[in-house]
Design a protein around this ligand. Structure first.
Ligand code: NAG
Ligand code: NAG
Length: 369
């Protein structure tokens, strides 16, 4: 009689134990879900100025960028604007992208929300002012650009459009390299561009006006660094830099550079141009910074050409442009039947060439992001 009772007790206590163990497992597994996930959850993007300074001590060491790559990097688009210029494209971009903020400096309106002490040195005053004022609250990536949306010195394969360039820009590439010139096309500016004038005559002064003054300016800006024999990077003063890279230069140095800009007697065009060929040295330590164009496009913007096709594209484009010029020349005599025929023939050829260009381009743009 006792035997069944013991069995009953054992089975009851086993069931209770089982229940307890199972519920423990359940609780643990339910809890571990969110805990594991929470380590992967992204912090809310930091919009500079929107909240207090981020805790810089929580930043990973700069030699290991991988933690930044697991989440979307925060980006700030810093723009140098004249009151008359239209920057609505910047606002559109910011509305599209929760990780993008903007800092638009209007240089010729002292009532603008963001402006500069003196409108001098073109975009350089804006860029330095932004870095000085946000040194401790920088986004992961800062993108420094002019206000105009469409310009010849933007990238051909992104419609020469600043908005497209920002949309396609790969933060990962900027974070890994620290610095990136937004322009992929080497000309003008690369390679072997400016040979600073240091007392010797130089042909450069005729072709590159800033060459005559950059040596003296260099000595004032960087008194401890010898003047490089050559300074080069793709032109025009638009680039992206990581926060880490900007903070490698002490904040006071940026203040000193801005004081130089405020004090210099150089014409605006010259002081601005000097910096076009100084930024790359400041942020990479390289006086000549000329990345391969196809690498810039592929890793920087996700537009990946076979190098041979990239060359072919420009050969075809040259050919098409030649024929287009010919059509222009013929147009005044369009009334003559033979000219009409010739123009029609040229236009067919031009169309074919454009077809081939489009094919090469769409193949490059098709690479999955
Ligand atoms: C990163 O941003 C994209 C586009 O805004 C979004 O779809 C994606 O969920 C984000 N990724 C993370 C990890 O937040
Ligand atoms: C200067 O900026 C203020 C503030 O944004 C604006 O109200 C004003 O119209 C601007 N002045 C000019 C001359 O455009």
């Amino acid at each position: 009689m006792q035997y069944p009772r013991r069995v009953l007790w054992i089975s009851i206590s086993t069931s209770i134990l089982l229940f307890l163990v199972t519920s423990m497992f359940y609780i643990v597994s339910v809890r571990s879900g969110p805990i594991l996930l929470s380590t992967k959850t992204d912090p809310v993007p930091q919009k500079p100025g929107a909240s207090g300074p981020p805790d810089i001590s929580t930043e990973p060491p700069s030699q290991n960028p991988s933690p930044w790559l697991e989440r979307n990097a925060t980006r700030t688009l810093v723009i140098a604007q004249l009151q008359a210029e239209d920057t609505s494209w910047v606002n559109t971009l910011v509305q599209e992208d929760p990780y993008l903020s903007s800092a638009i400096y209007v240089v010729d309106n002292t009532s603008a929300p963001l402006t500069v002490l003196v409108n001098k040195g073109h975009e350089v005053m804006v860029y330095l002012t932004y870095i000085i004022d946000h040194y401790h609250v920088l986004s992961d990536v800062s993108i420094f650009m002019h206000a105009h949306q469409i310009t010849w010195h933007n990238n051909d394969f992104l419609g020469s459009d600043s908005a497209q360039m920002v949309r396609h820009l790969k933060s990962k590439y900027v974070l890994q390299n620290g610095y990136m010139n937004m322009r992929c096309h080497l000309q003008p500016g690369c390679p072997d561009h400016i040979h600073p004038y240091v007392g010797k005559d130089s042909d450069d002064i005729l072709n590159v006006p800033e060459a005559g003054v950059i040596g003296i300016a260099w000595g004032q800006l960087f008194p401890h660094d010898p003047v490089p024999s050559v300074l080069s990077q793709p032109c025009c003063g638009q680039f992206a830099v990581s926060a880490d890279r900007m903070r490698r230069v002490p904040q006071q140095h940026y203040v000193d550079y801005r004081n130089w800009l405020l004090a210099t007697k150089l014409d605006d065009r010259l002081s601005g141009r000097i910096w076009e060929y100084v930024w790359q040295w400041l942020f990479t330590g390289e006086s000549e910074f000329c990345p391969v164009e196809t690498i810039c496009y592929c890793e920087g913007y996700g537009i990946c050409f076979e190098p041979s096709e990239y060359q072919l594209y420009f050969q075809i484009r040259d050919e098409a442009r030649k024929l287009e010029a010919e059509v222009q020349e013929l147009q005044p005599n369009e009334a003559e039947p033979t000219t009409q025929e010739r123009i029609a023939d040229l236009k067919r050829k031009i169309n074919d060439l454009h077809g081939r260009m489009n094919k090469i381009q769409s193949k490059a743009m098709d690479v999955p992001r």
